[in-house]
Design a protein around this ligand. Sequence first.
Ligand code: 3PG
Length: 208
Amino acid sequence: MTLDEILAAAPVIPVLVIEDVAHAVPLGRALVAGGLPVLEVTFRTPVASACIEAMIAEVEGAIVGAGTVLDGAMRQAAADLGCEFCVSPGLIEGERVEGPVPLLPGVATATELMAGLAAGFERFKLFPANVAGGPAALKAFHSPFPQARFCPTGGVSAANAAEYLALSNVICVGGSWVAPPEAVRAGDWDRITRLAREAAALAQRPAG
Ligand code: 3PG
């Protein structure tokens, strides 16, 4: 799948920090069952790679990516695991749009956006979205950078996701609210499916 197809597959990309590999498959299935097939598994725990492998192997319909990719070696590791995309919180020096797996780099300012565009990227994570200016920043970016489209992440929730998704330069949003840590620890997969279903019902524009 192209990055645009992945970003357009659902209005919300769950950002997952998985502590126990045993949670990976039921968590992934719960989210996919609720209508959120695109899963970002962050490289923030020792079991992240094992979780990615398990989800790719066992969660039917999942589009699995790696998050918190901080350098080119981690992008390569995501590709080697079989991820379909990866996400970084910022620009990675030396990384271009061409690479072993599609990369969604984070930006927070116009200067970073310009550096990202110069590296060939046109799809960005606005991060941390609520701190980096929120919907107002995205509106302001639209006129000088009409080719750029965003997945705002960081402080996005059920309460404000629709405001982001209504913007013409937003394809989808990312967030952890659909997989609350206490629900994951408790194995409350039904609650996670309910949260995913609500998130999946949010209106989404075509990637264009
Ligand atoms: C992340 O951890 O990459 C995202 O910022 C998730 O942010 P959230 O927990 O505010 O949704």
